[in-house]
Design a protein around this ligand. Structure first.
Ligand SMILES: *Cc1c(COP(=O)(O)O)cnc(C)c1O
Length: 430
């Protein structure tokens, strides 16, 4: 340990190092208004991202007709899951409010939460290039012009690259290739074969590396940096990914309002999100805190062997410590969460805003996956199932007060719909 940590947090770190499941309550959580004021980002940045996505909506409807029903917005439903609430309560959870599932597992185009941040970053880069190079006359121009032969010929001279264990690569790769970019995804050779196959079928170049994911990112970034025509999406640092994810909150607010749910002090909201490098959960956390302030509590959920964000925040070392430096293996079945080092940008954002987190043993993933499918009929990928650990253990462990029957709980499902049918069936049926 590079930095000394005392008391409750020191005991927590011991358990984490032993690979045990933990419940972490953030001792430096602040009032939302105070914590938000200290950040470099504000509601204006989220609005800017949201407006940009609206400008691209006509284009998205043309490229991905499945987005027509949402007017070119990439958005997922939120559904109540009473069957899963009963399942968790039979196993001691003690939930008295309503339990919902935010179904980003079914987001259009990329089939995961990465469709929010990843597609946003590609569009933002595209808008910048288009304005600089005269493909668009201004932000009030017709963005479907970017689908013309002339625009495509231009994008073909430009590269978009990303290092990914899978889902981010799919989001960035599919969107970039659809606009005509030379799209390249750098992956470790142990990334899932079906993801590589799917990307290649969409015209994306997949480059494989023998080392782990961070090696793929490092090499991909180095190659990209040598070439001015190449744009590298860096998920450890990207503000665009973060803001793309943050837009989820205003959309969720409308969906909840349609259900008659208006979170406030008497009707608190608890949100449980699986966390990898931190971009998706951090963006959603930021967006939700801007809208609901102290009425929302957000909890991050990570694998016991890869608790990167929890480690960075509890030690205060942020991106300067990785789980392998700490002594853990960094290996997990939850491939979407297998990032050993947290994002520095998100560590700063989450430091005083996140309520805490839990770590989950891999043995929880399949039982939750099957229970959800059986009880409420939704299929989500194993990584995403880590999120059920939080409502299951948080209140039962006695460290956190159960928020009561007026509360709404949301488990954020982060991926699943692109999983090939054969694999899906074997996950459901064993
Ligand atoms: C990427 C991912 C996450 C977490 O997002 P981060 O930005 O890496 O923290 C969660 N679930 C799934 C399925 C993912 O692909």
């Amino acid at each position: 340990m590079v930095k000394p940590v005392y008391g409750e947090d020191a005991a927590l770190l011991e358990k984490m190092r032993a690979g045990e499941e933990t419940v972490w309550v953030n001792l430096v959580l602040e009032e939302a208004s105070k914590a938000l004021k200290a950040l470099d980002y504000s509601a204006k940045d989220v609005k800017d991202a949201s407006d940009r996505l609206k400008r691209f909506a006509p284009l998205l409807m043309r490229v991905f007709p499945e987005t027509e029903k949402t007017g070119g917005l990439i958005e997922s439903p939120v559904s109540e899951i009473p069957g899963m609430k009963a399942y968790l309560n039979e196993r001691g959870a003690g939930l008295t409010g309503r339990l919902f599932l935010k179904r980003d597992s079914e987001l259009a185009v990329a089939g995961s939460v990465k469709a929010r941040g990843g597609i946003y970053e590609v569009l933002r880069h595209t808008e910048t290039l288009a304005l600089e190079n005269g493909l668009l006359s201004g932000t009030d121009d017709d963005y479907t012009k970017l689908l013309s032969e002339e625009s495509r010929a231009f994008f073909a001279t430009r590269r978009v690259e990303v290092g990914s264990t899978g889902n981010l690569g799919m989001s960035i790769g599919i969107m970039s290739a659809a606009l005509g970019y030379d799209a390249r995804v750098h992956m470790s050779s142990d990334a899932k074969q079906w993801k590589k196959d799917l990307l290649r079928s969409r015209g994306v170049t997949v480059i494989e590396y023998d080392g782990d994911y961070s090696e793929a990112v490092k090499q991909g970034r180095a190659l990209s940096d040598l070439d001015p025509a190449s744009y590298f999406v860096d998920d450890e640092k990207s503000a665009d990914l973060f803001l793309g994810y943050a837009v989820a909150a205003e959309r969720l607010e409308k969906q909840l309002a349609a259900e008659g749910i208006h979170p406030d002090k008497e009707h608190p909201l608890s949100v449980y999100i699986p966390c990898g490098v931190g971009g998706a959960p951090g963006g959603i956390l930021f967006g939700l805190k801007l809208l609901f302030g102290d009425a929302v509590n957000v909890w991050f959920c990570e694998p016991v062997e890869v608790p990167s964000m929890q480690l960075g925040l509890v030690t205060g070392l942020h991106e300067k410590i990785s789980v392998t430096e700490f002594g853990l293996s960094g290996k997990t079945e939850a491939d979407g969460l297998a990032c050993g080092r947290p994002s520095g940008l998100i560590s700063n954002v989450a430091e005083h805003l996140v309520s805490g987190g839990v770590t989950a043993a891999d043995t929880r993933l399949l039982p939750y996956l099957r229970a959800l499918y059986k009880a409420d009929g939704f299929f989500i990928e194993p990584s995403s199932c880590a999120a059920f650990t939080a409502p299951h253990v948080l209140y039962a462990c006695g460290k956190v007060k159960e928020p009561g029957e007026n509360a709404v709980h949301i488990v954020w499902a982060t991926g699943g719909s692109l999983i090939p049918e054969g694999l899906r069936n074997s996950l459901i049926n064993g």
